[in-house]
Design a protein around this ligand. Structure first.
Ligand code: PGA
Length: 248
């Protein structure tokens, strides 16, 4: 695992977007794993800029999002499908049929989870998976305690995640309490992993993930065992790290 400490969100977005663009340019039929949340927004803005100004081409890219709330329609403004459309897909040349976000409305969620794993496999596996990190150390909606060998599954959200997400909903009781998420092992199968973190509320989770023991209590710690995982972390989110890391 490699750690890069950057000054601020803008530098985090630019550093992350360059890693993605370099990987895409090396493989035209690229399979990209995507994440939602506030953290990846600067990266998506930089990818959009690269598309417009540098011709970064998404016409043969396939994407798989990490997770989706159960019970939210794709047209709901807080659904992750809606987020992806607004923050990225509507601004680049990716064919809609190449974009995959778990179906939070599937009648049989368990069957859907198996199908999602199959779709990822059939696409040739994920070349690069983008991740944020929860203040409790989650990746995707793999909350603390999720087995590290988990595949795509249906899961309940912890109080801490519901509280973190409540700011985005009118009322706390509107926050969905369940989601479909890729599992930790699904994420570990990606050829490269890029985790972004910014903000002091992530400092404890970043320190535990990078320098603590590998444990299901901190799902992001599994990435210590990934050969090609990079954490791009802002100064404030890196405040709990003790080691010496790259500062470009
Ligand atoms: P955030 O969420 O980017 O909105 O902080 C990250 C996460 O929970 O994975």
């Amino acid at each position: 695992m490699k750690v890069v400490i950057v000054k601020d969100k803008t530098q985090m977005g630019a550093t992350g977007a360059k890693i993605i663009a370099d990987d895409m340019r090396g493989k035209p039929r690229h399979v990209l794993g995507l994440a939602t949340g506030a953290t990846p927004i600067p990266l998506y803005q930089e990818l959009i800029r690269m598309h417009r100004e540098e011709g970064l081409d998404f016409s043969r890219t396939t994407t798989f999002n990490l997770d989706e709330y159960i019970g939210l329609d794709p047209a709901h403004p807080q659904s992750y499908r809606y987020f992806m459309k607004a923050q990225l897909f509507d601004h680049i040349n990716i064919p809609k049929e190449n974009t995959h976000v778990p179906d939070g409305m599937a009648e049989d969620a368990d069957a859907f989870c198996e199908q999602y794993e199959r779709m990822i496999r059939d696409a040739g596996g994920i070349d690069l998976q983008l991740l944020g990190i929860g203040s409790n150390g989650h990746i995707g909606f793999n909350e603390p305690g999720t087995p590290l060998d988990s595949r795509t599954h249906r899961t309940g959200l912890t109080e801490s995640t519901i509280n973190d997400n409540a700011r985005l909903f009118e009322r706390r009781e509107d926050v969905p309490v369940e989601a479909v998420t890729m599992g930790v092992a699904t994420i570990m199968d990606a050829r490269r992993v890029l985790l972004l973190a910014c903000g002091e509320n992530k400092a404890a989770a970043v320190a535990a993930a990078v320098e603590g023991p590998v444990t299901p209590d901190v799902p992001a710690s599994a990435l210590q065992n990934h050969e090609h995982a990079v954490f791009v972390v802002t100064e404030d989110a890196a405040a709990g790290l003790k080691g010496d890391y790259e500062r470009p």
